[in-house]
Design a protein around this ligand. Structure first.
Ligand SMILES: Nc1nc2c(c(CN[C@H]3C=C[C@H](O)[C@@H]3O)cn2[C@@H]2O[C@H](COP(=O)(O)O)[C@@H](O)[C@H]2O)c(=O)[nH]1
Length: 341
C-alpha cells in the first residue's frame, strides 16, 4: 500500500493534547500530515511496544551517569548543566574522517560522552565552568584545552560563541545563576524550556515549514530533563510537568526508529542519508525527519500507556538514545551540520 494513502487514513492518529503551551506537538503536526519524504508506520510502533513490554523491565526514570557528569548538588551543577547542553550538538566528523575523541579516566570517549567528560575533566583541572564571568570571557585557547583530544571537536567557533552567550546572559538576566531561572519558572519544565528558548538564542531551536513556525526546542528540553535526572527530581531538579515534554529531536533517535521500521524515508532521501550526504539545516527533509521522530515517539508513548506503562517521552527518549549508542549494524543517521542538536 502506498504510504501517502496510509497517511490519509492515519490523520486521526495525530490528535493534539488539549493544552500544549510548549507548542512542539502542535507545530510539528502539520509537518507529519503534509510531509511526503518521511512517514511513520503505526504497525511498527505496536510491534516495538510488544518487544519492549516483553524485554527486560524498562528503567522507571532516566538514570544519570555521574562518571561523565560534574555533579555536586549545588547551584554550580545547575550552571554546569546549562553549559553542557549549550554545547550538546553535532559530534560527527566529515565523511570518512575519524570522530573527535578524548581520553578520560583511562577510557577513550567520543560524541556526547566525550563532551560531558571533557567538561567534567575541566572542572577537575580547575576551570570554574559554573562562573558566568569565566564563561563570558573564555578564550579560544582555553576552550581548545578543555576539549583537547584526537581530532578537533566539530563547530568549535560556535561552541565558543555559545559559551560566551551563556556567561553573558546569566550575568545580565539571572544574576549569574541559572537556578534563578528555575525559580522564575516555578519549577515548570515547559516554562523553563520556553524561557531558555526565549532568553538564550543558541537554544532557540525553531524552524519554518511552508511558511509556518515549527518548534523543536531540543536542547532546551533536554536541559530540563538533565536537571531532573542530575538532581533525582529534587531541589533544582524538581519539575511539576515533565510529562508535557516531547522527546528531544537529535540525530540518533531517527536512526534507531528507522532501524526498527517505525520511520520510512522516501527512496530519494534514504539514498542521500545512507551515503552520508549533507542534509541542509532548515530543509524540508531535515524538518520532516525531526517532526516525524517527535510524533512517532508520541504515538509510541500513547501505545505504551494503552498497555499500562507510564513511560514519559523523556523515558522513551533515553531508552532509544542508549540503543543508538550501539548502532554499528544500523544505517547511518542523517548529517545536518547544526548547533541545535
Ligand atoms: N534525544 C537525545 N539526544 C541526546 C541525548 C544525549 C545524552 N543525554 C543523556 C545521556 C546521559 C544522561 O541521561 C543524559 O540525559 C545526547 N543527545 C544528542 O545525541 C547526539 C550525540 O550522539 P552521539 O554522536 O552518539 O554521541 C547529539 O545530537 C546530542 O545532542 C539524549 O539523552 N537524548
Amino acid at each position: 500500500m502506498d504510504n501517502l494513502h496510509r497517511h490519509d487514513e492515519d490523520d486521526d492518529l495525530y490528535t493534539l493534547p488539549g493544552h500544549d503551551p510548549l507548542g512542539v506537538l502542535s507545530s510539528t503536526q502539520v509537518v507529519v500530515e503534509q510531509g511526503e519524504l518521511v512517514w511513520i508506520n503505526p504497525d511498527q510502533i505496536e510491534q516495538l511496544c510488544e518487544r519492549w513490554l516483553h524485554d527486560a523491565p524498562t528503567t522507571a526514570s532516566p538514570q544519570w551517569f555521574e562518571q561523565y557528569h560534574f555533579t555536586d548538588g549545588t547551584q554550580r551543577t545547575v550552571n554546569w548543566l546549562l553549559l553542557l547542553d549549550a554545547l550538546n550538538f553535532c559530534f560527527w566528523a566529515e565523511k570518512g574522517q575519524p570522530r573527535w575523541t578524548i581520553e578520560y579516566q583511562g577510557e577513550r570517549l567520543n560524541g556526547y560522552w566525550a563532551e560531558a567528560a571533557a567538561l567534567k575533566r575541566a572542572v577537575e583541572e580547575g576551570h570554574p565552568l559554573w562562573d558566568a564571568e569565566y564563561l563570558r570571557q573564555m578564550s579560544a585557547e582555553t576552550l581548545a584545552q578543555i576539549f583537547r583530544g584526537e581530532q578537533k571537536i566539530p563547530l568549535f567557533d560556535e561552541r565558543l560563541a555559545h559559551t560566551h552567550e551563556v556567561g553573558r546572559i546569566l550575568q545580565e538576566q539571572f544574576s549569574g545563576q541559572f537556578s534563578n531561572a528555575i525559580e522564575q519558572s516555578q519549577h515548570s519544565a515547559v516554562t523553563l524550556a520556553l524561557l531558555l528558548a526565549q532568553h538564550f538564542p543558541s537554544f532557540h531551536d525553531v524552524a519554518t515549514y511552508h511558511g509556518k513556525q515549527v518548534r523543536f526546542l531540543k536542547r532546551a528540553q533536554i536541559c530540563v530533563a538533565d536537571l531532573s535526572a542530575a538532581f533525582h527530581g529534587e531541589g533544582w531538579g524538581r519539575f511539576t510537568d515533565l510529562g508535557m515534554m516531547t522527546i528531544f529531536a537529535d540525530y540518533k533517535l531517527p536512526q534507531v526508529l528507522r532501524h526498527y521500521g517505525v520511520l520510512t524515508y522516501h527512496t530519494s532521501l534514504a539514498q542521500r542519508v545512507d551515503t552520508q550526504e549533507l542534509i541542509p539545516a532548515g530543509s524540508e527533509e531535515e524538518i520532516e525527519i525531526r517532526a516525524c521522530t517527535i510524533w512517532a515517539c508520541e504515538l509510541l508513548r500513547r501505545a505504551m500507556e494503552r498497555r499500562g506503562s507510564q513511560l514519559t517521552a523523556a523515558d522513551i527518549d533515553l531508552k532509544l538514545w542508549l540503543i543508538g549508542q550501539n548502532a554499528k549494524e544500523m544505517r547511518p543517521y542523517h548529517r545536518t551540520r547544526t548547533v541545535y542538536y
